[in-house]
Every structure is written in C-alpha cells, then in structure tokens.
Design a protein around this ligand. Structure first.
Ligand SMILES: [Zn+2]
Length: 449
C-alpha cells in the first residue's frame, strides 16, 4: 500500500491519495477520508445490497479486533482472510484493536499484554498472539499491538507504561511483519501513545518515525468511545499538533473515534488524513439524524460554525457555549422530556443495538445518552406528522423516498428498518461532508498561505 501526499498547506490541511493495495490494484482513495466502522465484520444495520445503494465506491472498512475476536477461531479453521469471511472481499480492510464506539474498561493492564473485551469476555493479547491473528486474518492494513488505555486523567506512570508496552510491541511486530511473506505485503500502521503528556508523545513519535511504515495512528486520547464528541478540541489540539511535528510529513496520519464534526475540521487543518464513521453510526443508533450544514463559504476559517439546519442561530450559539465552557452537553432542544422518557421506556437499543460484548450494560447507557447538536432525534413526537424528508434536497435513499414521520413511526414501533434508513442518511451525509472538505481543500489550498 502506498500513501502519496498531493498538496499540503500548514493552514488548510492536506490532500493525499491511498493506492497500490497489493490485493486491490485498482483501489484508489483520496484523503481526508473515512474508514467505515464495522461491528462483527458488518457496517451496523446495512447488508451488502444496501451498502451498494449507498455508494458504489470500494469502501475501506475499519475492523476492530475486539468486536470480531469471537469469529477468529472460525476464520483460522476456514483458512480464509477476514474479507472473505465477512463476505466483502472487494473492500479494503484495516484491522484495529479497540472498538471506537465503546468504552475501554480501565485498570486491566498486564505487563506486555493488551486487554480487549470480546463477546467471549476479557482477552489478554500478547504481541505474539496479535501477530498470529494478523497472519490469519490477512487484513490489507493493521496496527501493531498497542496499549491505548489512557485519557486526560491518566497518571504519568500509566502513560509511561502504555508508551513502553506499545513501543516494545511495535518493535516485535515490525520484525515479524518484515519477515512474514504474507504480512510484508500488507500495510503496518504504528500507534503513537503518550496520553496527554507532550514529552512522552514526542519520544514515541520520534522513536516510531525511524521505521518505514505507511502511517501512524494517534492513539490514547480517550476511554469512553460514545462520549468522544464531548471532548473539546482545545484539550487535544496541542497534543495532536505536537505529535504530528515529529513524524515524517509524507506518511499517513489516522485518528479514530466519534469526534464532533467541528473537531474533525480542525484536525484536518492540523494535517490528519483518516477518520472513521463512528460518529454517524452512534447518532443513528440513538435515533438521531445528522442535519448539520457544511456547505459554507470558508470552511476552514477560524470563525466557521457548522450549523444545525433545525436550530436558530441563537440555539447553535448556546450549544457551542455549553460545549466549550462546560465540556458537556446539558440538554438538546430537539429532544423533549417526553422523548427521554420514551427512549427509556422503549429501550432504544433493544433488538437493534450494536451486538457487541460483555461490556454491553455500560456501553448501552452511554449510547442512550448520545445526543449531539449536529442532529435531530427522530424519536421526538413532533415528527409524528412531519411528511418532509430529513433534509430537503438530500440525495440519499432515505430522504428521496421517505419522510421524517415514517422514520419516527419505524423507531417507535421498533422496526429494524428505522435504523437502516437512519444509517443510510447519516453515512451519506457524513460522506458528503468529507467530499465537500476535499473539494474545498482543492479549491482553496493555494489561497491559504
Ligand atoms: Zn438524506
């Protein structure tokens, strides 16, 4: 696999191309772009036929090891690649470690081992076991074993342990990678740890920059996957910026997690190339449709705010104020108390929740509380007789064929189609957001200097 940087600007961001995948010679993807989150090898709620209605593009799939671990025994027995096993051989696969939509359980570290939580419970993954699994799964891209169990509250000792374990595991994985006839043709991504400690980040980045890998994953910024959108960008800006300074500019940079779109824009300005679709997926999972407007004149100006099409200007400002000052969402004007009750009574997740792991109870709670100023909740009874699409002029299948009232009805009656239609709209909207970002960069990158 090859990542080629096309244009770069220190103010606007950068454009690049991923291609030359050994298994997929015609695959080409421009960056900034998205990895498509999967759970158990599936994009939640979407079958292959429905994915083809969403886009004919060859998608890059993010396959977290923790949510497909239960299937690894079968994959090994069948002696097939993970792509063949999940029935999507034509798509690119990127095997990561932790599911970005779920909370990383803390305090389960062991020396030189990473802990993941699968459907079968707690699993300790050694570096040797990790490489055995990668050799069997044969993903097109994968990260070396890492300990990303750090967040803004982590102690210096925890951060140092996480960095040491990850760097040692990387050294081992790299040696195995280059000596394996199967893996040496795949792309190895190096995880950079260091929590919120600038010195440790710098040391890790400098160490890993000595190895000729395709790219880097900036890891260890959060524990609670569903609450990542509540992290104010200013708290991670310095960390990301500082880390990026010490890795070669021509290599791919990846950040995972359900960051809010405004933070995504700022990370792109800093020079991050790849993100994932956990944000639109979590919104859909909670009955929310993305409705933010990104079609603005100067997308990368300091003052730009992505506006919720259903909120007045004042309401948006209130949201931003809450987000920046308190680092938490107080309430959502489009979600009434009655809605909250409905959500509680109906247990939104019943039957349609991401089928995940033993951590479900804790994760379900955080997912049910997932409310974002970039969306509307279609559980809201005010959409009972709203016979308009989620967004006028949206070209997705959901908006062309169905109304808010219909999706509301499907959600209230717990019809699985409700989640399917929300996922189609949310993924389409998010893909359009990224397409607009790339177009905007192409048009303006020369003017930013
Ligand atoms: Zn739509």
């Amino acid at each position: 696999m090859r990542f080629r940087l096309q244009t770069i600007n220190n103010i606007c961001g950068r454009l690049g191309i991923i291609n030359e995948i050994e298994r997929l010679p015609t695959f080409q993807m421009e960056t900034p772009n998205l990895l498509f989150y999967t759970n158990g090898g599936c994009i939640p709620h979407l079958t292959h036929d429905v994915i083809l209605m969403l886009t004919s593009d060859v998608l890059p799939l993010q396959i977290p090891l923790d949510n497909i671990y239960h299937a690894t025994e079968a994959i090994i027995k069948l002696d097939v690649s993970v792509n063949t096993f999940i029935g999507l051989p034509e798509y690119l696969s990127f095997c990561t470690l932790q599911d970005p939509t779920t909370t990383v359980k803390q305090g389960y570290h062991k020396e030189n081992v990473a802990t993941i939580w699968s459907k079968h419970g707690k699993q300790f993954i050694t570096k040797a076991r990790h490489m055995e699994l990668m050799e069997s799964l044969k993903p097109d891209m994968y990260i070396s074993l890492c300990d990303g169990d750090t967040n803004i509250n982590s102690s210096k000792k925890r951060i140092l342990n996480s960095a040491r374990t990850t760097n040692e595991a990387f050294r081992y994985c790299y040696d195995q990678h280059v000596s394996s006839p199967t893996l040496c043709k795949k792309a190895l991504i190096a995880p950079i740890e260091g929590g919120y400690d600038l010195t440790t980040r710098e040391l890790c980045a400098k160490y890993l920059s000595n190895f000729p890998v395709v790219g880097y994953l900036i890891d260890g910024l959060y524990s609670d996957g569903a609450s990542v959108h509540k992290i104010p960008f200013h708290s991670v800006e310095k960390i990301i910026d500082h880390t990026l300074k010490y890795i070669p500019v021509e290599r791919l940079r990846i950040i995972q997690g359900a960051w809010e779109p405004q933070s995504i824009l700022k990370m792109i300005k800093l020079g991050v190339d790849l993100f994932d679709t956990s944000f639109p997926c979590l919104n859909a999972e909670n009955g929310c449709a993305l409705v933010f407007n990104f079609n603005v004149e100067n997308l990368f100006s300091e003052n730009v705010q992505l506006v919720n099409l259903y909120h007045s200007k004042n309401e948006n400002n209130i949201w931003k104020k809450e987000l920046n000052n308190k680092n938490e969402y107080k309430s959502n004007s489009c979600v009434s108390n009655r809605d909250n009750k409905l959500n509680e009574n109906n247990k939104i997740s019943d039957g349609v929740q991401f089928k995940n792991n033993v951590n479900d109870e804790q994760n379900n709670t955080s997912k049910k509380n997932f409310v974002s100023p970039y969306s509307i909740s279609l559980y809201d009874t005010k959409y009972f007789d709203d016979f308009t699409p989620i967004i006028e002029n949206c070209l997705c299948l959901t908006c062309r064929k169905h109304t808010k009232a219909y999706v509301h009805h499907l959600l209230i009656t717990k019809e699985l189609l409700g989640m399917v239609l929300l996922m189609i709209h949310n993924l389409h909207h998010y893909m359009e957001f990224f397409r607009y970002i790339r177009e905007h960069l192409r048009r303006n990158i020369g003017k930013c200097d």
